[in-house]
Design a protein around this ligand. Structure first.
Ligand code: COA
Length: 433
C-alpha cells in the first residue's frame, strides 16, 4: 500500500465518529451547494437531537437539500447562517432557524478570512488520486479559503462527486479524518421554461454576438437564454454557475471557447449543479477549469474577457433602474450572489453587456414588476448606476448612459401594456416624464 493510501486508511472512519470529534459550540462551514457533506451533517443533526452536542454554528451558501441545520424541530440547538438562500434557507429564515449573511459572492472567501473564526471545515470530495489529492468536485467557490482557515478539516469521500480540475484540490495531509459514502448527488432540475421566458431568451440572444463569452445566472430566464444561443458560434464560458444550459451549449457546438481572451480553450466556473448530465459531463473533464469565486467573480478578471455577456434575473425594477433580486418587498427570497460581480465585470469588458431580465408581471398578470418605486422594504441588489439592460417579454431597455427620464420612458415601454398608463401617471408625479 502506498504512503498516501496508508494515511487514508488511518484517517478513514464513520460519519458518526467525525461528528463526535466536533465539539459543542464549534463554528463549522461547508462550501456552496453540493459541498455540504450530508452524512456528516446528518450525524451532527442526530447528536444535536439526542443532546450529546449543542450550540453548533453552521455556515453555508445555497443549500440544495434539506439539512439538519435548517430543521425547525432542532431549533435552539444550533445556529445556521445562510450566505445565499434557496427555498431551504428562506424557509429557515422565516421560521427564525437561520440568519442571513449579506455578501457579494466574490467576497465570500475574504469575509470568511476576515470575520469568521472557523473551527471546522467539512466538505464532500471525489475519491483521492494516487498523489493524495481530493478534488472539491462541483464547488471551488470558498472551499480553499475555508480549508486555510479551519482548525479541523473533515471530508466525506463520494465516488459520485465528479473529479474536476483547476485550483481546487485538498491533500490528505491537510485532513484530520474522513468518511466514505456513495449517496447519489442531489440533482437540481432546470427551471421550467414557459413562453414568456422563451420570448425574453430570444430578445437577449439577438444581442449576443458570435464569439462572446457568457455567464448565465439562476432561474428560468437564464436557462431560456441558453436554449436560444444554440445557433451561435464560438461562444466562450466564464460563469459562476455551470448548469445544464452550459452542457447543452457545449454539446451542440455553440461553445468552443476558442475566441476567449482569457483562459482560451477552457470553460471557467466556480460552482456547478444541475442534473446528472452536468455531473457526468464534468467528471475527469480537463476542458472545464474550476477556480475560487474571488477569482472567477472578480470584475477585473471578468473584464479581461472581450465581448462579455452576463445574463441574470430579478424580481422587480423601479423607474430609476434599481434592481431588486433578493427580496419580494420585505420578504427575504434569495441572495446577491454573483449578479453585481458580473454586471460590473461586463461593464468593464471591451464590447461587454449585462442583461437583467424578468417577466413584465407577477401573480398571473395582477402585478407589474416594473414599478414607480420598489415595493416597500425591497432590497436593492444591482444599483441604478451599475445596471445596463433591463429585459422583459416586451423588449430590452438599455439604461446605462440614459438619464432618469429616458430610463423611465424606456422602462414604461417594456412594461406590460395594462400597466403603462398607470406607470406614466406615477412617473409624472415623480418628475420622471
Ligand atoms: N411580486 C410578487 N411576486 C413575485 C414578484 C414580485 N415582484 N417577482 C416574482 N414573484 C414571484 C413569482 O411569481 C414566482 O412565484 P411562483 O414560484 O409562485 O411562480 C416567484 O416569485 C419567483 O419568481 P421567478 O421570477 O420565477 O424567480 P426565478 O426562479 O426566475 O429566480 C431570482 C429569480 C431573481 C430570485 C434569481 O435569479 C436570483 O436568486 N437572483 C439573485 C442572484 C443572482 O442573480 N445570481 C446570479 C449569478 S449566478
Amino acid at each position: 500500500m502506498g504512503l498516501y493510501q496508508e494515511e487514508y486508511r488511518r484517517k478513514c472512519c464513520t460519519a458518526e465518529a467525525i461528528a463526535e470529534r466536533i465539539e459543542s459550540g464549534a463554528v463549522c462551514a461547508s462550501g456552496t451547494c453540493l459541498s455540504e457533506p450530508c452524512s456528516i451533517t446528518q450525524a451532527l443533526g442526530a447528536a444535536l437531537r439526542n443532546g450529546t452536542r449543542t450550540g453548533i454554528v453552521h455556515h453555508q451558501t445555497m443549500s440544495v437539500f434539506p439539512s439538519p441545520f435548517f430543521d425547525d424541530t432542532l431549533q435552539g440547538k444550533y445556529s445556521a447562517v445562510s450566505w445565499f438562500s434557496t427555498a431551504y434557507g428562506r424557509a429557515a429564515f422565516e421560521k427564525d432557524c437561520a440568519d442571513v449573511m449579506p455578501v457579494y459572492y466574490r467576497d465570500v472567501p475574504g469575509q470568511y478570512r476576515q470575520f469568521i473564526d472557523l473551527d471546522v471545515f467539512y466538505a464532500t470530495v471525489s475519491p483521492m488520486d494516487r498523489h493524495g489529492y481530493f478534488s472539491f468536485g462541483t464547488t471551488a467557490a470558498e472551499c480553499q479559503a475555508l480549508a486555510e482557515q479551519a482548525k479541523h478539516i473533515f471530508l466525506e469521500v463520494n465516488p459520485n462527486m465528479p473529479r474536476t480540475f483547476g485550483e481546487q484540490q485538498i491533500h490528505i495531509s491537510q485532513v484530520e479524518a474522513l468518511c466514505e459514502t456513495d449517496v447519489p448527488l442531489q440533482e437540481v432540475a432546470p427551471a421550467e421554461i414557459d413562453e414568456i421566458s422563451r420570448c425574453i431568451g430570444g430578445r437577449i440572444a439577438e444581442k449576443v454576438p458570435n464569439g462572446a463569452t457568457i455567464q448565465l445566472g439562476i432561474g428560468a430566464i437564464p436557462a431560456a437564454v441558453g436554449l436560444c444561443l444554440r445557433d451561435k458560434r464560438d461562444l466562450g464560458i466564464h460563469t459562476e454557475l455551470f448548469s445544464d444550459a452550459m452542457v447543452e451549449l457545449i454539446e451542440c457546438g455553440a461553445v468552443t471557447n476558442q475566441r476567449k481572451t482569457l483562459h482560451k480553450g477552457k470553460s471557467v466556473t466556480t460552482l456547478a449543479y444541475g442534473t446528472r448530465r452536468v455531473y457526468d459531463y464534468l467528471n475527469d473533464n480537463t476542458g472545464v477549469a474550476f477556480y475560487p469565486v474571488d477569482y472567477v467573480n472578480d470584475p477585473r478578471v471578468i473584464a479581461q474577457n472581450d465581448n462579455f455577456i452576463s445574463v441574470n434575473a430579478c424580481l422587480e425594477v423601479d423607474l430609476w433602474g434599481q434592481v431588486a433580486a433578493e427580496s419580494i418587498g420585505s420578504r427575504h427570497f434569495s441572495g446577491t450572489g454573483g449578479q453585481v460581480d458580473f454586471v460590473r465585470g461586463a461593464r468593464e469588458s471591451r464590447g461587454g453587456k449585462s442583461f437583467i431580465a424578468m417577466p413584465s408581471t407577477a401573480k398571473n398578470g395582477a402585478l407589474s414588476r416594473i414599478r414607480p418605486g420598489l415595493s416597500s422594504n425591497a432590497i436593492v441588489t444591482t444599483s441604478k448606476n451599475d445596471v445596463d439592460y433591463i429585459v422583459t417579454e416586451y423588449g430590452a431597455a438599455r439604461l446605462r448612459g440614459a438619464t432618469v427620464r429616458a430610463r423611465a420612458e424606456a422602462l414604461i415601454g417594456i412594461a406590460h401594456p395594462n400597466f403603462r398608463e398607470e406607470l406614466r401617471y406615477e412617473a409624472k408625479k415623480l418628475h420622471l416624464v
